[in-house]
Design a protein around this ligand. Structure first.
Ligand code: ADP
Ligand code: MG
Length: 261
């Protein structure tokens, strides 16, 4: 079986910070996975490596393989992976109409450019995706004037236009109110049930939908543990991960944590 991600002995710096020192991690293709860890654990860094935005320090005994390959044309890679991250929300010019945010997904670019062409097929697909996410009425609305929840749905739509096999999501519901975050989570669950693989990065335990059965606990650039959801989302493991006494409770497929008494 190919791995979505196969990292061996990987060392990565961001500026002067060494985020990973010899990290080895394998995530199977088709296995919905959550990477859970506190702020600064290296979660976003890991996703950026999968997306081909960041590279490790070269060493002969280390590699990062994504979908079985070490070398990718970054545009090809991004047509296999749909990426939704926070950073992107700030990169779009506030005046960009919703439809253009969606269309930019065909080229995995931020915004659309004159040299890019969008024919009937692309427009039809963009409409289809907007209808699926319930945002078609906002197609002409400026991105900067949308609510955070609406912006997130447009960014999800942007990631979906190429019908990617895998979605990479970095803290997708942070900053959303409860109702909006549940709606967003339902969209992810529906995608997962229809066969899209989800790789979700988060520090919110309750954000992990029950369709995600594999959990990697990442702490200070190291894998503390990984395994089946029910074995990872325990009071003991989560207390160790977040360095504070926690009590984990599962209800209807959602895990929530409370400070331990
Ligand atoms: N652009 C950057 N320059 C320097 N250090 C960075 C940069 N981005 C992230 N870091 C550092 O790298 C570490 C991991 O960051 P990140 O992957 O964003 O963590 P997480 O997503 O788990 O919160 C943190 O210590 C953070 O301060
Ligand atoms: Mg992050």
């Amino acid at each position: 079986m190919t791995a979505l991600l196969d990292m061996r002995n990987v060392t990565v710096f961001r500026g002067r910070t060494q985020v990973f020192a010899g990290l080895t991690l394998r995530i199977e293709e088709g296995c919905n996975t959550a990477i859970l860890g506190p702020n600064g654990a290296g979660k976003s860094t890991l996703l950026k490596m999968v997306a081909g935005e960041l590279f490790p320090v070269f060493s002969p005994d280390s590699h990062v393989k994504v979908l079985g390959r070490e070398r990718w044309n970054v545009w090809d890679l991004r047509s296999h992976l749909g990426i939704v991250s926070h950073d992107m929300q700030h990169e779009y010019l506030p005046g960009t109409p919703g439809l253009e945010v969606i269309l930019s997904g065909f080229y995995s670019s931020v915004g659309t450019w004159r040299n890019q062409s969008f024919g009937q097929r692309e427009h039809r697909r963009a409409e289809e995706v907007m209808e699926r996410l319930g945002i078609e009425a906002l197609r002409a609305r400026a991105f900067g004037s949308m609510s955070t929840g609406e912006q997130r749905r447009f960014l999800l739509g942007r990631a979906l236009v190429n019908d990617p096999g895998t979605l990479l999501l970095d803290e997708p519901t942070s900053g959303l109110d409860l109702r909006t975050s549940f709606l967003y989570r339902d969209l992810l669950r529906e995608l997962a049930r229809k066969g899209t693989t989800i790789l979700l990065v988060t520090h919110h335990v309750c954000e992990i939908p029950s369709e995600v059965q594999h959990v990697v606990l990442l702490k200070q650039g190291r894998v503390l543990a990984q395994g089946r959801r029910e074995d990872m989302l325990t009071s003991e493991k989560l207390s160790e991960l977040f360095d504070c006494p926690l009590h984990a409770v599962s209800h209807n497929g959602t895990c929530q944590v409370f400070p331990a008494a």
